[in-house]
Ligand binder design. Structure first.
Ligand SMILES: Nc1ncnc2c1ncn2[C@@H]1O[C@H](COP(=O)(O)OP(=O)(O)OP(=O)(O)O)[C@@H](O)[C@H]1O
Ligand SMILES: CC(=O)C(=O)O
Length: 477
């Protein structure tokens, strides 16, 4: 397909923060093609959350481009507390992490300290263990512990800011998968009708099921993204992939919890496993990290983004680049540009399809084989619950976009996650044939199809009063 292809297959997620939460910036980012907005609940209070969700919806409505909203809940994550000003940790300095309101009373005056949001930290960690802070930038060694504090020595120094993430590689943290804070955050998300909940530090399928039960209890249709971030997730990868609706390779924490040289292999294995189970997959973190400060990415970052596209991931994701970075719009434009270019030249053979268990998915597979055989064809599908669009996306058509029509705006937002799917909202007619005709007129009016284009239509049709599954080939007149 040409470089001016209106359909980018790889989807773009960006994290909302002070750099991007204004109406003007949201509008610019949506126009630039952002598909999903992520809210990182480690940094968000409920008032801000409600305000920005409503703002996102209002801007979407105004632009006629509905984006998805993903609430990233923090799960069993340990963080330091708020600080009035950053503490500059010095090499060799003795430093305390306190719980249950421990220090300063407990620490001698010369020992500086910070509170931590997890009281049992002092039980889980042993003398000699390593404590990593702020994505592993700061490293400390545990010297001693008591009921209210961990006393450490700074091995690798650095500035300690507010709410910094603590990693304890190899330590089994005794926190529930879905914490009380997660419940409160998710309840707000459900009230505001979010589209995805991303659960951090998923360790097993049971963690996903716990969230699923909570969503069902609260009558939410939000889809579950399982974030894999540590060794237990890698050990239980297959069951997690089967249990979730989508997987996120959260490379920030994975790269700390596992030896970093294992990260590329883990990413490749996770993406391939998702493809083999037909699960959407997101590659996240540090994709354009240098663009937090600079207007252009490094060559290595460009290649990293391209690699995620070559691997046929569904989405790439931005974090610090768009929360606090100087060039958030340029970052989305950069992802868009790299993805389109790589997709235009990707001529790798079709990947083996996921296991096709039903007659319906076998039929959809035949539609994708046909699309791969016909240059410049498009796949059209009609979907009430998303099954058709998800199944087609999982089959990874090589070039043809999947134009998915649905009467549901919620489903349209959720379909934004899927590689190659361009979702449109349209009320369905009384008969499938009328709906197909309406969709073709809609696409022609938008200039998205032209006479002579081949359309492969995967939907049920009415035949002698019976609905039958069908794949049709039509040429646009
Ligand atoms: N809603 C927000 N309000 C204020 N600052 C934010 C917000 N979201 C993110 N930030 C800032 O942007 C930085 C990068 O964002 P990101 O979402 O990657 O958070 P993180 O805590 O570093 O990582 P993780 O994704 O592992 O939770 C954060 O460390 C924080 O300082
Ligand atoms: C996104 C995230 O949480 C991580 O990469 O660790």
């Amino acid at each position: 397909m040409s470089a001016d292809n209106p359909f980018r297959r790889t989807k773009i997620i960006f994290t909302l923060g002070p750099a991007t939460d204004s109406e003007a910036m949201l509008e610019a980012l949506f126009r630039a093609g952002a598909d999903i907005v992520r809210l990182n609940m480690a940094h968000a209070n409920h008032e801000w959350t409600r305000t920005v969700i409503r703002r996102i919806r209002a801007v979407s409505l105004r632009l006629g481009r509905e984006v998805g909203i993903m609430m990233d809940i923090k799960g069993p994550e340990i963080r330091t507390g708020d600080l009035a000003a950053p503490i500059e940790l010095r090499p060799g300095e003795i430093f305390d992490f306190t719980v249950r309101g421990g220090a300063p009373g407990d620490s001698p005056e010369e020992v500086r300290s910070v509170g931590v949001n997890y009281a049992d930290l002092v039980k889980d960690v042993a003398v000699g263990d390593t404590v990593l802070v702020d994505n592993g930038l700061i490293r400390l060694e545990v010297l001693a512990r008591n009921e209210t504090r961990l006393r450490c020595r700074v091995l690798i120094p650095g500035p300690l800011g507010s709410r910094r993430h603590i990693n304890l590689p190899g330590v089994k943290v005794n926190l529930p998968a879905f914490t009380d804070k997660d419940r409160r955050d998710t309840a707000v998300g459900i009230e505001e009708n979010i589209d995805f909940v991303a659960l951090s530090f998923v360790r097993s399928a049971a963690d996903v099921e716990e969230l699923r039960a909570f969503l069902a209890e609260h009558k939410s249709h939000a889809r579950i993204v399982a974030k894999i971030e540590d060794r237990s997730a890698i050990d239980n990868l297959a069951e997690i992939v089967r249990a979730c609706d989508a997987l996120m390779v959260a490379r920030g924490d994975l790269g700390i919890e596992c030896p970093f040289e294992e990260l590329p292999g883990i990413q490749r294995r996770a993406v391939r496993m998702c493809l083999s189970y037909g699960r959407p997959v997101i590659v996240a973190t540090h994709m354009l990290e240098s663009m937090i400060q600079q207007p252009v990415p490094t060559r290595a970052e460009i290649t990293d983004v391209a690699n995620a596209v070559y691997e046929r991931s569904d989405c790439v994701m931005l974090s610090g680049e768009t929360t606090v970075g100087k060039y958030p719009l340029e970052c989305v434009q950069m992802l868009d540009r790299i993805a389109r270019r790589v997709e235009a030249e990707d001529d790798a053979p079709a990947a083996p399809p996921p296991e096709l268990t039903s007659e319906k998915t076998k039929l959809l597979h035949s539609a994708v084989v046909l699309a791969n055989d016909l240059p410049d064809s498009r796949i059209l599908t009609f979907t009430r619950y998303g099954f058709m669009a998800r199944s087609l996306a999982a089959l990874r058509p090589q070039r043809a976009p999947i134009l998915a029509f649905t009467p549901s705006i919620e489903l349209q937002r959720q379909l934004r996650l899927l590689r190659g799917v361009e979702p449109y909202v349209m009320p369905f007619g009384s008969e499938p044939d009328i709906t197909i005709e309406n969709a073709i007129v809609f696409l022609r009016n938008k200039g998205l199809i032209a006479p002579g284009d081949k359309l492969i239509i995967a939907t049920d049709i009415l035949s002698q009063d019976r609905l039958i599954d069908a794949v049709q080939l039509r040429t646009v007149r």
